[in-house]
Design a protein around this ligand. Structure first.
Ligand code: GCW
Length: 728
């Protein structure tokens, strides 16, 4: 029989050990984790700097800010912090004051008017103050939403263990529009979504308000995202029917206190499909009247509705060209309906037709002549590159080329071409590469970031418990928001990774250091094992997951990988210079010089711009064939390096649940990298007729095996969900 004392001992031991051994972390909290600070010195510093909070939470936004602060401080400081709401009240030592000069006499007493005037509508300041012989920290702004942003930033300082000694932070967003584009369908499938179903449960809305909607808003506000397009650009007209407007309105009500405006994607044929009109011609008065009436109706549901996002005459979507009208005619009709309500039109420039013209030239050719022809409330939304969210492509030539048309830069957070939610790929370096690329459109030093008014990110969010599928995919949502806020600052990828790791995993310097190295290397690693040296779009047809450089069966030439890589017995790559499609000409002359000459063109872009001979030497000193092999092999080796890094962190304090998940996902990534390397090299070898590097790991299958791999979709979810590999 067990002695009662030993039972007690077992209880005692399990009470001590269990939390360490089995502490589970499902990832739901994202980076908003407010666990008690485990560094006693820092905890002491924070506790004595923040003894109480003075806040006048009269508005829903200030209420949300106070709530976030209360949850955050109680958790991080491990004790209840008193919140006081009295306007003229006590200011004690260590009182944290939050408010605007209009809502808080205390803030007005600080006399920081000069500094406040610079903050605009969304900026904030976090500073030390002295008032009535007391000192403390104040979070101030001109608006309530500025306060919420400031509060989130302040909590981030604590989560990342920053000192509060000499705080003096002024933060103002670089861009006006910082928007998530959901490609969510009304049946809850998500186009290019790899994290489950849509978080928007249209079936139970508007009455059932899932608490997840509030958590979504909190997460977005914490990184400054201020807009959300709820539905896919391949839009169902149903979204504009009264029943669905009520559902969108319910979401808008939840998001409003967090500064998030709701936008909707609309189908250009809506006046016909739900309006019963015989045409959707944008110059037809009945069509124009229909849009006006519909927009008025929308504002009766959502008084601060943001506006429409439109994909028109692109990939089968209807648009003004169906009626012989231009994109400007189409956009302006919708813009006129929205203008009285201060709504905007975000019109996408992602257009390309079945034509003999190089696909990457078509958006510029279409929209450049329309510059200056759009109403003031129209923004053109341009993908970062001229093709389609590839692991690497040059910036779109439209940036800086349409100075009279405000631009939104569209980035893809969801990893359509980057291994879905299976691969660890930190995208901030990709985003930054575009933001800081010099367009030279107003002379040297005109980066893409200086040519835009906003940024849109195609969301990677679904109803998976951890929101994004891969635990590290959360970092891309986070980084998108942080970069949109600070778009013009440079070298932020490391800083943002640092912040995210500390908030999401650990402040342990060893963990931070290792994860940062992995994250910062990961995008280049993916480029190496997928599309090195400027290759693009050689992924499997339609699903875009694994390699299929051989594919030539699509109904349109420009949907085939062979169209993009142009391999032949002489060499590899797409000549886009004057001897080829001359896409180069669409860039400012000084920008062209970077790529124009095959000999000078950087290795990482050379096959995008040139057809290169198999034995031509690149900057690396290796021939094209040798370099191609080198890159694919390095890619695989680097994934194995990431696996080793991760394995070494097992006992570093990272919770076992997420550690196991990432370990398994890295195994998939390793397997896929080998698949990419073997399939691509075996295929390109049929043109180069040269051997794989001597002594290197040899492919374990034939080219025929890879060509015949079938990928299987779950029925009805084309373009969403992860295809399953089936061996032939
Ligand atoms: O990248 C392509 C995707 C499509 C997407 C399209 C677009 C929403 O493969 O799924 O459709 O871009 O951006 O419109």
């Amino acid at each position: 029989m067990t002695h009662p004392r030993s039972i007690l001992l077992v209880f005692f031991l399990s009470a001590c050990l269990l939390p360490r051994l089995t502490r589970a972390e499902d990832g739901y909290r994202l980076w908003l984790r407010y666990d008690r600070i485990d560094d006693p010195r820092l905890l002491q510093e924070y506790r004595s700097s923040i003894r109480g909070v003075l806040v006048y939470d009269k508005s829903p936004t200030l209420h949300a800010a106070a709530n976030e602060l209360k949850n955050g401080l109680d958790g991080l400081l491990g004790q209840q912090i008193s919140f006081m709401n009295n306007v003229f009240g006590w200011v004690g030592r260590g009182a944290l004051i939050i408010g605007t000069p209009t809502s808080s006499p205390l803030v007005a007493d600080l006399h920081w008017t000069d500094n406040l005037s610079r903050l605009g509508n969304e900026g904030f300041m976090i500073r030390r103050y002295k008032l009535k012989d007391q000192s403390g920290i104040a979070i101030v702004a001109n608006t309530d939403i500025g306060i919420l942003y400031g509060v989130c930033h302040f909590l981030r300082l604590l989560q990342t263990h920053q000192s509060l000694e000499s705080l003096d932070i002024t933060s103002i967003p670089a861009l006006h529009y910082r928007v998530l584009d959901h490609w969510d369908n009304l049946n809850r499938t998500v186009e290019r979504g790899y994290a489950g179903l849509s978080i928007f449960d249209w079936w139970t809305l508007p009455l059932y308000k899932d608490s997840r909607y509030t958590d979504y808003a909190r997460a977005n506000a914490s990184v400054g995202i201020n807009g959300s397009v709820l539905n896919s650009v391949n839009a169902s007209p149903i979204i504009l029917t009264p029943a669905w407007l009520a559902k969108s309105a319910a979401l808008a009500d939840i998001f409003r206190p967090y500064g998030i405006r709701v936008y909707l994607s609309v189908n250009f044929s809506s006046p016909m499909t739900i309006g019963g009109l015989p045409t959707a011609d944008p110059l037809d008065p009945a069509v124009q009247a229909w849009w006006k009436k519909k927009v008025d109706e929308i504002y009766s549901y959502i008084p601060d509705f943001g506006g429409f996002l439109v994909k028109a005459n692109s990939e089968g979507q209807p648009g003004p060209q169906n009626y012989g009208r231009s994109h400007a005619d189409g956009a302006n009709t919708l813009a006129d309906a929205l203008a009285p309500h201060q709504g905007i039109i975000i019109w996408r420039a992602f257009v390309y037709n079945e034509s003999s013209e190089d696909r990457v030239k078509q958006a510029y050719d279409e929209f450049k002549p329309l510059d200056g022809k759009f109403r003031n409330n129209v923004l053109l939304q341009v993908k970062n590159g001229p093709l389609d969210f590839q692991p690497r492509e040059p910036f779109s030539p439209l940036f800086g080329a349409v100075p009279n048309t405000p631009l939104m830069l569209e980035m893809q957070i969801t990893q359509e071409y980057l291994g879905f939610s299976n691969h660890l790929v930190y995208l901030a370096p990709l985003f930054e590469e575009c933001l800081h690329a010099d367009t030279y459109t107003k002379g040297k030093g005109t980066p893409v970031s200086a040519t835009i008014t906003g940024m849109a990110g195609v969301a990677n969010i679904g109803n998976d418990i951890n929101w994004c599928g891969h635990p590290f995919a959360q970092a891309n949502w986070y980084a998108f928001g942080r970069l949109a806020w600070c778009a013009s600052a440079t070298n932020l990828s490391a800083l943002i990774a640092d912040e995210w790791i500390r908030q999401t995993f650990s402040n342990n310097p060893g963990v931070v250091d290792t994860l940062k190295k992995m994250m910062l290397a990961s995008r280049e690693i993916a480029v190496d094992y997928m599309t090195p040296l400027g290759l693009a779009h050689i992924m499997g047809y339609s699903h875009h997951y694994g390699p299929a450089p051989w594919y030539d069966k699509a109904s349109r030439a420009d949907w085939n990988p062979v169209y993009f890589h142009r391999a032949d017995s002489a060499g590899l790559g797409f000549d886009r210079t004057a001897t080829g499609s001359n896409a180069l000409e669409q860039y400012a002359p000084a920008a062209r010089t970077l790529w124009a000459d095959k000999k000078d063109c950087p290795d990482n872009a050379v096959l995008w711009w040139h057809h290169v001979g198999w034995n031509d030497r690149l900057h690396s000193g290796r021939t094209l064939w040798e370099e191609l092999c080198h890159k694919y092999y390095t890619g695989v080796d680097s994934v194995r390096w990431m696996q080793k890094c991760w394995d070494a962190l097992q006992l570093s304090g990272i919770d076992n649940q997420r550690w196991q998940q990432v370990k398994m996902l890295l195994c998939i990534q390793q397997q896929d990298a080998v698949w990419w390397r073997n399939a691509c090299l075996l295929y390109f070898q049929t043109f180069s007729r040269q051997p794989l590097p001597a002594g290197a790991e040899q492919p374990d299958h034939t080219l025929a095996y890879y060509e015949n791999l079938q990928l299987y979709y779950a029925p009805g979810t084309a373009n969403s969900g992860v295809p399953q590999k089936i061996n032939p």
